[in-house]
Design a protein around this ligand. Sequence first.
Ligand code: PMP
Length: 360
Amino acid sequence: MKRIYNFSAGPSILPLPVLEKAQKELVNYADSGMSVMELSHRSELFTEIIMEAEQLLRELMDIPGDYKVLFVQGGASQQFAMVPMNLLGKSGKADYVNTGSWSKKAIKEAKKYGDIRVVASSEDANFTNIPVVDSGMTDPEADYVHITTNNTIEGTAFTEVPDTGTIPLVADMSSNILSEEIDVSKYGLIYAGAQKNIGPAGLTVVVIREDLIGKASENCPAMLDYKTHSDSGSLYNTPPTFGIYMAKLVFEWIKELGGLKEMERINREKAQLLYDFIDESELFTSPVDKDSRSIMNIPFVSPSAELDADFIKKAKAEGLETLKGHRSVGGMRASLYNAMPIEGVRSLVTFMKEFENNHE
Ligand code: PMP
């Protein structure tokens, strides 16, 4: 069996033991004579799966009791609309931090629903850093402050949680959820598309403080109201059952590895390997400010687009795939999500060294 090292930003690499377990259980789950995909979402077996998935996520992220975990659909992009539709109840105002393409999309969508202000932005630096955000910058009347904790395309990440005082902090954690320990109580709402560190595409995870539920406008569609999903235990309609099952397997895998503390240690080691090489390299450079670097998505460039293309082509021949940077920024990008083994990063660095030597 040939498995490549898949450096894709998402959908991305999944842990091999998880895929193998799913394969083993695929046609006959827990002696039911059925696949998980064929189980009723109201069956006892599926109820166990969704409850265990929630419990494991609570354990891994140490989610306080006054937060709900919701399993929804529509991707993180749907959260760009759901967040303002549900949270802009009091003042109709919200503050956003613009740190890249995904923040921009969140801002654009939110503007349809309220008075949205960009309080900090790194756009003038081509999103190569994370701007300073302090409590004095945010509107004391704002219903929430929105950040993108990890910028998948640009390769930047917040290293500190901005202090927003009593204003709920909303975070798009699509590309760094479960990659490190975080203090959930510092956030009002966290959302993430599953297709990076959680499981297959089609599932979106929302962690929301209870007092922020039930504030949607009257004409909010049921499916877009957090209360609908909270009241029904994410079973208002048919949820993405197989995605939730896969997420449960991924959560078990992380727990077995030692939880988020261990995950973070491994992720930092992996990222350090690649950054150390890039920083010493005479061919490759990192476009990102050192103190804003993501440990999940690592962009790098060679001196020319032609050389970039040659690198990507030759890397693929070595089983190092999907290293092309996002079409909006070019160059290369290695996504080192939880499931990327350190051996994959070592192989990448070895190949980059070889490519550099052959180039001279
Ligand atoms: N936010 C971030 C930070 C992302 O990386 C992505 C997807 N790559 C999205 C939002 C959009 O997610 P989805 O495709 O699940 O809507």
